[in-house]
Design a protein around this ligand. Structure first.
Ligand code: FES
Ligand code: FES
Length: 148
C-alpha cells in the first residue's frame, strides 16, 4: 500500500485494516503522533487527513491510501502550523506535553477551515483531552496564532 505522508510517498506492506497510528509509529518511526486511549476518545493521535483533524488510532490505512496525511513531524513546514507552534511556545502551553502534538494538529485543522475563529469555534474544535488541564493556554495560543 502507498501512503502520502507530509508530501512523501511511503510503501508499506501491512494489513489494510491496520490503524494508521500503528503504521506511523511502528512501521515508519514517526513517533510524534501519540497513543493515548486507542478508542477515539482522547485525540492524542490526531493527524490531518486531507486537512481534517482525524483520530489515527481508529482510522484504517486502507481508508486513507488516496489521501494527503500530515503529521506533527511536518508542522513547521506549514504556514498555519508554524504560526501555531510559535504561539504555543510564547504561551508556554505544554505541561507534560503528551497530548500536545494532537492539540496542535487539531488547532491547525481549525485555523485552516476557520482562520478567524470565535471563542465558540475554538471550544467546539479543541475537544482533545489534556490531563494537565492546559485548555485555557491552548485557547489563548489559538487566538494569538489567528491574530498573527
Ligand atoms: S489514542 Fe486515538 S483518540 Fe485516544
Ligand atoms: S500537557 Fe499533559 S496531557 Fe496535555
Amino acid at each position: 500500500m502507498e501512503l502520502t505522508i507530509n508530501g512523501t510517498k511511503h510503501e508499506v506492506d501491512i494489513e489494510p485494516d491496520t490503524p494508521l497510528l500503528w503504521v506511523l509509529r511502528d512501521e515508519l518511526g514517526m513517533t510524534g503522533t501519540k497513543y493515548g486511549c486507542g478508542l477515539a476518545q482522547c485525540g492524542a493521535c490526531t493527524v490531518l487527513v486531507d486537512g481534517q483533524a482525524t483520530r489515527s488510532c481508529v482510522t484504517s490505512v486502507e481508508s486513507v491510501a488516496r489521501s494527503e496525511i500530515m503529521t506533527i513531524e511536518a508542522i513547521t513546514e506549514d504556514t498555519v502550523g508554524q504560526k501555531l507552534v510559535e504561539a504555543w511556545v510564547s504561551n508556554q502551553v505544554p505541561q507534560c506535553g503528551y497530548c500536545q502534538s494532537g492539540q496542535v494538529m487539531a488547532a491547525t485543522a481549525l485555523l485552516k477551515q476557520s482562520p478567524q475563529p470565535t471563542d465558540e469555534d475554538i471550544a467546539a474544535a479543541m475537544v482533545n483531552l489534556c490531563r494537565c488541564g492546559t485548555y485555557n493556554a491552548i485557547a489563548a495560543a489559538v487566538r494569538q496564532a489567528a491574530e498573527a
